[in-house]
Design a protein around this ligand. Structure first.
Ligand code: DLZ
Length: 166
């Protein structure tokens, strides 16, 4: 995860849609909170810059990344959201069960999206160490939160386009 192609920000350039009526849930892991707070700021700033209204962004926290799929499912079931963003940070060098947690989270998020039919965005860093996490949470490699914020709007737009063509 390095180099020019891997800069995570700037993905919304040239993309235009009306996002003012989009309702978006955000689930944030408390583990590695300094990093996940920066991801949250990136996601919210990007969504607002693309037209999402602040009061339509619903932010909830869970203890760790392992709880993100369940958090996403609870938001999807209980809030009238168009999509959910999951934000977390699992650091390989500091997490003994790195593979287990990362795979469980990726599979869980995929399952929630397919089961509920609403987009659930994977905004989770899986760096080798803490510095690599900082580099991708508002540092020299951009902010994966920005990427998640732009992705959620693109997926809602896609879903709406295909729904109206039925
Ligand atoms: C237990 C654990 C560890 C070791 N590392 C991380 C991590 O790097 N990032 C993260 O988001 N969560 C971690 N957790 C917590 C688990 O995700 C989970 O919250 C607990 O195992 C309780 O289910």
């Amino acid at each position: 995860m390095s180099g020019k192609k891997k800069n995570l920000s700037g993905l919304n350039s040239g993309f235009i849609t009306d996002a003012s009526d989009m309702r978006i849930g955000v689930v944030v892991s408390e583990w590695n909170g300094e990093i996940t707070s920066a991801l949250l700021k990136g996601a919210v700033d990007t969504m607002k810059s693309m037209g999402v209204e602040e009061e339509k962004i619903h932010v909830y926290h869970v203890p760790g990344s392992f709880e993100l799929p369940m958090g996403a499912k609870l938001l999807a079931a209980n809030l009238k959201v168009d999509a959910v963003i999951c934000l977390g940070c699992i650091i390989q060098g500091e997490t003994r069960h790195f593979e287990f947690i990362s795979n469980a989270v990726a599979n869980g998020i995929t399952k929630v999206a397919l089961d509920t039919g609403i987009p659930v965005i994977f905004g989770i860093l899986t760096p080798g160490n803490y510095q690599q996490a900082k580099d991708r949470a508002g540092g020299k490699h951009g902010n994966k939160g920005d990427e998640a914020g732009a992705t959620v709007i693109k997926m809602i737009k896609l879903k709406r386009e295909l729904s109206t063509n039925k």
